[in-house]
Design a protein around this ligand. Structure first.
Ligand code: NAD
Ligand code: MG
Length: 390
């Protein structure tokens, strides 16, 4: 067995930390060549001690300078430090990287993830926003370069495990994406006006970064996942259903034409899809607890209450419109969520801001990364204006 050499983009985040946890259980299989982060230099130093990468990349020069000093005083001056988008693209494309874990949050991960795809790497996709933004273009580039795309998002990893081995649509009728429903399941949207960032981030089943936690509360996360599933598996979004399943034990299902439903079940622990994708097509220990179905005893399901989920409605509409609409939706959502997290806007303004951008921005064709970035910038401007005029 040859050792898999891995670059982890966003190693200090929730998915990044879980990735290193799985890797450290299997030192004979995996070697970390590079770690990257925004600016959490203290955690990055701790991770350097644990996995001894050859390189680290920070988002900006200031953080890189602090990292440099920390590594020198820890006797780890052999680790190379750099910063910025070009340095990120360089580490993912380097010959000594076989596999890239894409776990930056938001559109910031677009360029390095795209670079990994174009370089034909094995790319583990947690960072769903680049796929949402670029859709078919992403998968076409992967087809052209020979990159292997393995989904980490628990629902998409579940679907990947339940589809035919060649990922064909042979006999597939529908996909059912499960959703926990988040912390405000069953409540009227209009009653959520005074929800704080702390309340929105308190997810009942999963522990995640702040942005995806807010997206889970509004169910925009499920909307982004709907677009992600359509792009990843080449299926029309109207053949992807959403099913609220509060226990988060069934991670998604594939329905076949003969009436069979195949599901993947597991504890709500991201180390399961991470271990699956790291080892695929083999299987390794993830460290997750086993599932005690007798103790869980029951699994509940309910259709989403679309009347009270305006963000999910907006995402469905963007998925149906296609082309640049998902990129606009994603950018507007990122700006709105950041404003909610810093208490500039109310929880219920999230849908108002995104709706305003979707109504104003013209839908255009996406044919290159530059065209996506142009749409993304324009949508961010419109979202900031919508926030100022609330
Ligand atoms: P997080 O906020 O915990 O971590 C984000 C990581 O990205 C950190 O390492 C941070 O340093 C880095 N980062 C942030 N901004 C950056 C920038 N501008 N440039 C470079 N690096 C930057 O996020 P997370 O919860 O780990 O989620 C990461 C991605 O995985 C998201 O796209 C999310 O939707 C997806 N995802 C997460 C989970 C989960 O359980 N957390 C599950 C499914 C999918
Ligand atoms: Mg998910």
């Amino acid at each position: 067995m040859s050792v898999q050499r891995i670059t982890v983009l966003g190693s200090t985040g929730s998915v990044g930390k879980n990735t290193l946890d799985v890797i450290l259980r299997h030192p004979e299989r995996y070697q970390v060549v590079a770690l990257t982060a925004n600016d959490n230099v203290d955690l990055l130093l701790e991770q350097c001690r644990a996995v001894a990468p050859a390189e680290v990349v920070l988002a900006n020069a200031d953080a890189a300078e602090r990292m440099h000093a920390l590594l020198a005083s820890a006797g780890l001056q052999d680790i190379n430090v750099s910063s910025g988008q070009q340095a990120l693209a360089a580490v993912v494309c380097a010959n000594d990287t076989d596999t890239v874990m894409s776990a930056i949050v938001g559109a910031a991960g677009l360029q390095p993830t795209f670079a990994a795809v174009q370089a034909g790497k094995r790319v583990l996709i947690a960072n769903k926003e680049p796929l949402v933004m670029t859709g078919d273009l992403f998968m076409r580039e992967a087809g052209a370069s020979g990159a292997t795309i393995l989904p980490i998002d628990s629902e998409h990893n579940a679907i990947f495990q339940c589809l035919p081995a060649d990922l064909s649509q042979q006999g597939v009728r529908r996909i059912h994406l499960t959703a926990s429903g988040g912390p405000f399941r069953g409540q009227a949207w209009s009653d959520l006006r005074d929800i704080t960032p702390e309340q929105a981030c308190a997810h009942p089943n999963w522990s995640m970064g702040a942005k995806i936690s807010v997206d889970s509360a509004t169910m925009m996360n499920k909307g982004l996942e709907l677009i992600e599933a359509a792009a990843l598996f080449g299926i029309d979004s109207d053949r992807v259903d959403i099913l609220v399943h509060p226990q988060s034990i069934i991670h998604s299902l594939v329905e076949y034409s003969d009436g069979s439903f195949l599901a993947q079940l597991g504890a709500p622990d991201m180390r399961i899809p991470i271990a699956h994708a790291l080892a695929w097509p083999e299987r390794i220990e993830s460290g997750a607890d086993t599932l005690n179905l007798a103790a869980i005893a029951r699994l509940d399901f309910v259709a989403p209450d679309m009347v009270n989920l305006p963000c999910l409605r907006l995402a469905r509409a963007a998925a149906a419109a296609g082309q640049s609409a998902p990129a606009s939706l994603n950018a507007a959502n990122e700006v709105a969520v950041a404003a909610f997290l810093d208490r500039t806007i109310r929880y219920t303004d999230l849908a108002t801001v995104i709706d305003s951008v979707m109504q104003q921005q013209e839908i255009r064709q996406i044919d290159s990364i530059e065209s996506v970035l142009h749409i993304d910038n324009e949508a961010r401007d419109l979202a900031r204006r919508a926030i100022n005029s609330l």
